[in-house]
Design a protein around this ligand. Structure first.
Ligand SMILES: [Zn+2]
Length: 477
């Protein structure tokens, strides 16, 4: 049995990505252009992400709810920036049950409008605040250029929508959820991210301010991996969400929204993957361990399989799978599970049975260097330690890569050449004109203005005017 090879990551990152998603059976193309089918292995990965996030949302006081997929068109027209930003991407239903509808219905591209409408009914008094709701679901945005997981017409996500009595609480919530995303990306995804504020031209349509976590992919391009928006009173005013405060005065609420989507699957693939395929962080991997029994005949099989069963029982606390296929060679299985990114492979052969050993092979260290013989004793502790070590080393590696590809240019000419090789961190005056010039001339957009930076007095890398903060510029997905 021969295996068709993965395109080279170094030579053609884009094709490597596309083929890997298909070959690892994460997703497939749907009959409708730009839509994807998430296959069980990809969905299992997403489920682990949703579980890790949901736990954090609940720990910060949020509850889940479900709002409708169909939204009256008129709702979108209530918030000017929102409709301008989203109208080119809307999918609209005009016929229902064979009849032309009186009012067209939009398939939600995001739910601020319908949730705003409901909040105006539910929120009457300061006692009703804060409202802390999250929704897991799917949305549709009519994208022209699509790519599996990164940009598809329909995608899966969660959207948090909260309402608060004061602008301070609203901003606190916006940053709290940004931190939840950063913590998830770093701790579970092993993806180093920069927390920052979006520029006015890059913010969410209808927000006062947007914040994001930005990650660097293996080709040095940036990926916005999660966003948190301070919507100010924009939606409160558009949807008349008012409450009676303690002094019996009517006040508009302050709202936030925040989302993280199946894009994050793409982030994991492109941050950690290598020439052999996926490398999944142990905390998110559908299988943390793949067990490969090795035998040539029935006699060896009868020696090996009881040990396999014992190992499975001892490691029942991990997500593990044994590959029992007899129609393919162990070598084929090694490649197959390497492609799928399982963090740890355990090989069990007749020699191991005799010597009370097992072979561990780490996915993050390909070849002989990542392989070692271990005693069968205290297996659970050994596995826990290796998985922890893989999780940590994936993060360290990605962080080192980002650092090696982040540059601080001295002038605009240097920016133009450095941006070809990664991210650029430079003083920016805040003018949209300077930002647009960088984008026109280099294709690099303002990724974010990092929250964690030394502020001071600099000069804008483009125009030379005084600047008080620095921004990250980079080409992005
Ligand atoms: Zn400037």
């Amino acid at each position: 049995m021969t295996e068709d090879r993965l395109p080279s990551q170094k030579e053609n990152f884009a094709e490597w990505y596309n083929q890997l998603v298909l070959k690892a059976e994460l997703a497939d193309y749907a009959p409708v252009r730009g839509c994807m089918v998430v296959r069980p292995y990809g969905w299992a990965l997403w489920e682990n992400m949703t579980a890790a996030l949901d736990r954090r949302f609940k720990a910060t006081g949020h509850m889940n709810a479900a709002f409708p997929l169909l939204i009256p068109m008129s709702f979108f027209e209530k918030e000017k920036e929102h409709v301008e930003g989203f109208s080119p991407e809307l999918a609209v239903v005009t016929i229902g049950g064979g009849e032309k509808l009186e009012e067209p219905l939009v398939i939600r591209p995001t739910s601020e409008t319908i949730i705003g409408h409901m909040y105006s009914k539910w929120i009457k008094s300061y006692r009703d605040l804060p409202v802390l709701i999250n929704q897991w679901g799917n949305v549709v945005r009519w994208e022209m250029r699509t790519k599996l997981f990164l940009r598809t017409l329909e995608f899966y996500w969660q959207e948090g929508h909260t309402a608060h009595a004061t602008p301070e609480e609203c901003q606190e919530e916006t940053l709290r959820m940004l931190e939840v995303y950063a913590n998830f990306a770093i701790e579970d995804g092993a993806i180093p991210v920069v927390r920052g504020r979006k520029s006015q031209s890059e913010k969410f349509a209808g927000a006062d301010n947007s914040f994001s976590i930005e990650a660097m992919m293996g080709d040095t391009r940036a990926l916005q991996a999660g966003t948190s928006h301070n919507l100010g009173q924009n939606f409160a005013k558009a949807f008349d969400i008012q409450y009676l405060d303690k002094n019996n005065q009517q006040q508009y609420v302050w709202t936030t929204s925040w989302g993280l989507s199946t894009r994050f699957v793409g982030a994991v693939i492109m941050t950690h993957g290598d020439e052999h395929g996926l490398i999944l962080p142990p905390k998110l991997a559908p299988y943390q361990i793949i067990i490969i029994p090795i035998y040539k005949n029935d006699e060896e099989k009868s020696l090996v399989m009881p040990v396999v069963t014992r190992v499975e029982q001892e490691l029942a606390g991990f997500r593990l799978k044994t590959d029992p296929r007899e129609e393919v060679t162990p070598g084929f299985k090694f490649n197959d599970w390497e492609l799928r990114g399982v963090p740890l492979r355990i090989e069990i052969g007749p020699k191991d049975v005799q010597k009370d050993t097992l072979a561990f092979a780490r996915r993050d260290v390909p070849g002989k260097a990542g392989k070692k013989l271990v005693p069968q004793a205290q297996l659970e502790a050994q596995v826990a330690e290796v998985l922890q070590s893989i999780q940590a080393s994936l993060y360290e590696r990605a962080l080192a890569f980002r650092r090696a590809h982040t540059f601080e240019p001295d002038d605009y000419d240097e920016l133009k050449s450095l941006v070809e090789m990664g991210w650029v961190f430079a003083w920016w005056c805040g003018d949209a004109e300077c930002e647009a010039r960088i984008k026109d001339e280099t294709k690099a957009s303002t990724r974010c203005i990092p929250l964690d930076q030394e502020r001071g007095q600099g000069t804008c890398i483009v125009c030379g005017k005084p600047a008080s903060e620095r921004a990250i510029f980079g080409r992005a997905y």
